[in-house]
Design a protein around this ligand. Structure first.
Ligand code: FAD
Ligand code: NAP
Length: 556
């Protein structure tokens, strides 16, 4: 009899989970508290239900070829970066194509997930759900939690002396939907993540003035790269990761910072990273222009509020503030678990590969989507779900719980004693993380073999963008369309741009274009061959390589 799997949440991660259960002949039942799929991508006019959802103007920050399910490319006429409505449509198309909707119980909230008394033998869970006031209990062989990383607003009011005296409007970005209501006002936005930058830019068109306060600063990246190609497709490439592993980190850092400062100098724009703070990056095409035009003013961190004004750390005071928007991010929690699982799951070092809680004697619980990647979350959640479902079936094994707990506790102690850096909130390198999971499943592309069997494809896999289709080329879950999807990814990228073709306007590419396009990959291929055969490089101590961070990669 097929194992029954409870999937909690029908967002991007929940849909991956349902599909992967079906691919492995498991029987999924998905519980979704709202009345639709898509999770935070389903726009609603208000946030009265307390759910985090996109604001109206949101545009994806990862392009379509890098942010699709690995066996379901976007239709070719979809724009490369799209508004929330189009992205949601894609999720709907995915759900309909694979017939996922019939496995979802909408308006059903999961209230508790507890181990059955015989858990140590069966690995089964009791799941209590509530649908319009009626409670139900059912037994499941496995559970996939995909309730989202952005469940609750992070509103650190205690860090802002005087905020309770402040008489203007105060809100968190979870409540922000459209710019209406802010016309002609002086608005202070606190927190410079992707949301802070987006809201500041949007309000700059109607507000009297937008002030944007940041403690850290940030690197700002454009959606389009040189030649107008989507940024993620240009940087998230295997050969970049390869270079990152062999070049010293200081050189990589230097190259990248030079590149990031080429469009505008971050110091001049007040966006440079504060000394001692972890560098971060956002995607925003307009923020520098708004700063240049004075419609957004960058400020340091807040010192205190008065009834009507804000005092900043650098001693400057901004008077007559009408509204403060906290774009200070989100937290997540698992209210349906009992202790110690409830707390343990929020500590990422206790999640093996950010999926399996270390303390369970049976591997029948998987956390899907609790990751920060330097690329698309969607591609990451899909591989997590593919791996998890194979673990449920016993086709993939993970180390025993005692070993995982011992390792995690040791790490925790080292972090507490300041002997180890807590990297659990850092963004993970996209290609390395996906390759890691893929190798557990047996779907990591074997590049040397591919070069022998299919050089054209291998070339695109190694030197081209690391699109999700790469994980469908071989092994369990192989998709026959993957090769073609990879070889046509640039066609789908350019198709929505070619809306005006003039007869006779075809321009043959110049020699320098070919040199730019192929010269670097050819050079790198040669270097790779030299590297592989060089005894000297093989002797480079592993420790040195560990220190070199994969720095040539992009961000979400
Ligand atoms: C504003 C914003 C913009 C973003 N833009 C991008 C982007 O451009 N590109 C990108 O790659 N990533 C982006 N992300 C990251 C985003 O997290 C992922 O793209 C993805 O949507 C996460 O999906 P999810 O399914 O994990 O979570 P969610 O979309 O949050 O879905 C979780 C689902 O679980 C349900 N749920 C929760 N608790 C329960 C319960 N107890 N019982 C039943 N159901 C429950 C919720 O109702 C919801 O439907 C963005 C995030 C935010 C906040
Ligand atoms: N598609 C898109 O374009 C898009 C748009 C929006 C969001 N997103 C995604 O949505 C997710 C959430 O993004 P987000 O911007 O809402 O949150 P976020 O990335 O967590 O950023 C929140 C910011 O708030 C500031 N902050 C945090 N704690 C603070 C404190 N105690 N006091 C003062 N400031 C504090 C920090 O900025 P400082 O250090 O600068 O102060 C921090 O970077 C991310 O994954 C993001 O990529 C994507």
């Amino acid at each position: 009899m097929a194992k029954r799997v409870a999937v909690i949440g029908a967002g991007v991660s929940g849909l991956s989970s349902i599909k992967c259960c079906l691919d492995e002949d498991l029987e999924p039942i998905c519980f979704e508290r709202s009345s639709d799929i898509g999770g935070l991508w389903k726009f609603t006019e208000t946030s009265k239900d307390g759910m985090t959802r996109v604001y109206k103007s949101l545009v994806t920050n990862v392009c379509k070829e890098m942010s699709c399910y690995s066996d379901f490319p976007f239709q070719e006429d979809y724009p490369n970066f799209m508004n929330q409505e189009k992205f949601w449509n894609y999720l709907q198309e995915f759900a309909e194509y694979f017939d996922l909707l019939k496995y979802i119980r909408f308006k059903t909230t999961v209230r508790s997930i507890t181990k059955r008394p015989d858990f140590s033998e069966t690995g089964q869970w009791d799941v209590v759900t509530e649908t319009e006031g009626r409670q139900d209990r059912a037994v499941f062989d496995a559970v996939m939690v995909s309730t989202g990383h952005f469940l609750n607003p992070h509103l650190p009011l205690e860090s802002f002396p005087g905020i309770h005296k402040f008489k203007g409007q105060i809100l968190h970005s979870q409540e922000y939907k459209i710019p209406a209501g802010f016309q002609g006002k002086r608005v202070l936005v606190i927190g410079l993540g992707n949301t802070g930058a987006d809201i500041a830019v949007e309000l700059s068109r109607t507000a009297a003035q937008v002030l944007l306060s940041t403690r850290t600063g940030t690197w700002v990246i454009n959606r389009s790269s040189d030649g107008g190609y989507p940024f993620n497709m240009m940087v998230l490439r295997r050969h970049h990761n390869f270079i990152a592993q062999v070049l010293p980190s200081c050189i990589l850092k230097w190259i990248q910072e030079r590149r990031l400062n080429k469009r505008f100098d971050h110091v001049n724009y007040g966006l440079n990273i504060t000394k001692g703070k972890k560098p971060k990056r956002i995607v925003n095409d307009e923020l520098p222009t708004c700063i240049l035009c004075g419609t957004v003013t960058i400020k340091t961190s807040l010192k205190e509020f008065t009834e009507t004004s804000a005092v900043f750390e650098d001693g400057t005071v901004e008077e007559n503030i009408d509204a403060v928007i906290f774009t200070t991010g989100y937290t997540y929690s698992f209210p349906f678990f009992e202790e110690p699982l409830k707390t343990l799951c929020t500590k990422k070092i206790f999640l093996y590969k950010l999926v399996f809680p270390s303390n369970l004697e049976k591997t029948t619980l998987a956390m899907i989507g609790f990751i920060h990647l330097t690329g698309s979350i969607l591609a990451g959640t899909e591989l997590q779900a593919r791996w998890a479902t194979r673990v449920f079936k016993g086709l993939c094994k993970i180390p025993p719980s005692q070993k995982l707990m011992a390792e995690a506790m040791k790490k925790e102690q080292l972090i507490e004693r300041g002997l180890m850096k807590d990297a659990s909130t850092d963004k993970l390198d996209y290609i390395s993380y996906l390759d890691d999971l893929a190798s557990f499943i047996g779907v990591k592309p074997n590049i040397p073999l591919l070069f022998i069997k299919d050089p054209r494809l291998a070339w695109e896999v190694f030197f081209g963008p690391c699109t999700p289709y790469q994980y469908r080329l071989m092994g369990p879950g192989k998709w026959d369309g993957a090769r073609n999807a990879i070889l046509t990814q640039w066609d789908r990228t350019l198709k929505p741009l070619k809306t005006r073709t003039i007869p006779g306007s075809f321009k043959p590419a110049s020699m320098s274009h070919y040199l730019k396009a192929w010269g670097v990959p050819i050079l790198l291929a040669s270097l790779l061959l030299i590297y592989k055969s060089s005894i000297f490089l093989k002797l480079v101590p592993e420790k040195l390589q560990d220190r070199i961070s994969p720095y040539l990669v992009s961000i979400r």
